[in-house]
Design a protein around this ligand. Structure first.
Ligand code: ADP
Length: 497
């Protein structure tokens, strides 16, 4: 019998862990320990205490997983009828919904986010499987007009074994937005979750198997980026790498894939502007800005981490925003606060370093500004929702991704200056535009160099909306039908008749 959320929360607070958590790699349909026998600990960011152990893989485990995925690709998955692939993915969506309570509690424990946010991530994982289940039997080619003497057509073929390197901020949904289209297209997958958040990837692999996915089609390897990620992305049998993470690691991954001429999708950092024009709907925009920067404690690559605001509304807007930010509740994710924890101590130190440095340089802190703890237990890794006001265009808190609940505010004297500030970083992931004037909105949408533009609602869109970056934010698109492209190769077949 599956436990309810309340039972799981009770069990966790009584014992400091949960019974039955996965602990090995998932290879060939089974859990198994690391070849070396080594393990690592995963921490609950809400208490700063370890609560589970997992396999610390190395190159030997990578070899076993890739061999399994290669065999499963050649002998099995590419031969399974697309409609049957779709049925398995649809059953997976249903099984995720049936297991949603446990998945969300485990995600909260591993990542530190609030339970409501984790539940949203699990719902979106189910929705992604459902969406791509429907696409599996619609990957059609074309016929090509070469005249009477030829028959020529294209087909979309799966690329083969694909590697998926997952970050720690959205472990479940980032994994699924890569593997669901890969599996729909007929590829096999080897997943490497982040070492901070390995558990839900293992649970999902088991759910996929139980939904009928043949052994070896989805393998999951846990361990560090250096010991597992690096040999995985450099493996000659891996034909595509989907990577979400930092710019520096993305470069390393691309170099490794280049040796095998394997393709890559890179979803890297962002410093996304929210352009607030004087004629915006201020009440609605304030709520939106809060959500854009403080949800998931700001640990979102597309977070609205810069507010670019017209001078005439700047003072009022920041005063009201600071009041709202100061009222947000924080605490252990399982107590369902508005703001959860920071996922690791390293990340907390990085955020604090940026804010302390800004203070030293005289930047005005309009809200927050310090690390804090869960009030109930006096422990955990938390950072106050923070606003750094009136920051210059070259300041490092404008130019560099902090990946925390820290909003940098830039003031503009015209929509033209706002556009220049919006485009004034090396990133190009997302941008928000707030105005009641549709012409101004659409001109800014045209001129801002970013993969996603949100007008009057940040994060608007869904599974159907392609997602990815320009400039240093990466390339390739995930989600939507675009998300299938990376996993298909076009083959043309031409016959003289
Ligand atoms: P962060 O520094 O915030 O942890 P990374 O971009 O380094 O972000 O990590 C994202 C993912 O990339 C994690 O799963 C991590 O283990 C993995 N990773 C780190 N280094 C490498 C590497 N050299 N090759 C492949 N994957 C890596």
């Amino acid at each position: 019998m599956t436990s309810t959320t309340e039972q799981l929360i009770g069990e966790y607070f009584a014992t400091g862990t949960l019974a039955g958590l996965p602990s090995g790699h998932f290879i060939d349909g089974k859990f198994r320990p690391a070849a070396s026998g080594q393990t690592l600990e995963t921490f609950d960011p809400g208490t700063a205490k370890a609560f589970a152990r997992f396999a610390a893989g190395d190159a030997e485990d990578v070899e076993a997983a890739v061999a399994s995925s290669d065999r499963a690709f050649r002998e099995c998955w590419r031969k399974v009828a697309p409609a049957e692939r779709g049925r398995i993915l649809q059953r997976t969506a249903e099984a995720i919904r049936a297991n949603a309570e446990r998945l969300a509690v485990v995600e909260t424990l591993d990542n530190g986010k609030s339970l409501a946010e984790a539940q949203g991530d699990i719902r979106s994982a189910a929705r992604l499987f459902e969406y791509y289940a429907g696409a599996a039997d619609k990957l059609q080619g074309e016929t090509l007009p070469l005249g009477m003497d030829y028959v020529s057509y294209t087909s979309l073929e799966p690329v083969g074994v694909t590697a998926h390197i997952i970050p720690w901020n959205y472990p479940t949904s980032t994994m699924v937005r890569g593997i669901a289209p890969a599996l729909a297209a007929g590829c096999t997958v080897v997943v490497k979750p982040a070492e901070q958040t390995p558990l839900t990837a293992l649970m999902l692999a088991e759910i996929l198997r139980d939904a009928g996915l043949p052994d070896g089609v989805c393998n999951v390897l846990t361990g560090t980026g250096v010991a597992v990620g690096a040999p995985l992305v450099a493996h000659e049998k891996v034909r595509h790498v989907t990577f979400t993470g930092s710019v520096n690691t993305g470069r390393t991954v691309m170099q490794a894939a280049a040796r095998n001429v394997a393709s890559v999708t890179l979803e890297l950092g962002g410093k996304s502007p929210m352009v607030m024009l004087a004629d915006c709907d201020m009440d609605a925009a304030l709520e939106d800005v809060l959500w854009a920067i403080y949800s998931n404690s700001g640990q979102i690559c597309s977070a609205g981490s810069r507010l670019v605001i017209e001078r005439s509304i700047h003072a009022t807007f920041i005063e009201r925003l600071a009041a709202l930010a100061g009222k947000l509740s924080h605490g252990h994710g399982l107590r369902n606060p508005q703001i959860g924890a920071i996922t690791s101590l390293d990340q907390l130190s990085k955020i604090a370093g940026y804010v302390d440095d800004a203070k030293v340089r005289g930047v005005r802190v309009a809200a927050g500004g310090s690390a804090t703890v869960d009030q109930a237990s006096g422990s955990g890794w938390f950072f106050q929702p923070t606003i750094l006001d009136g920051v210059g265009p070259q300041d490092r808190v404008v130019q560099e991704e902090i990946f925390g609940p820290v909003l940098s505010v830039q003031v503009a004297d015209s929509p033209e200056e706002a556009l220049a500030l919006a485009n004034g970083t090396e990133f190009g992931l997302a941008a928000g535009i707030y105005t009641r004037d549709i012409k101004k909105a659409l001109r800014l949408a045209r001129d801002i160099d970013a993969g996603q533009i949100y007008i009057n609602e940040y994060y608007a869109g869904g599974v159907e909306t392609p997602f990815g970056g320009n400039k240093m934010s990466g390339f390739g698109r995930e989600k939507g039908l675009e998300g299938l492209r990376a996993y298909c190769r076009v083959k043309s077949v031409t016959a003289r008749i």
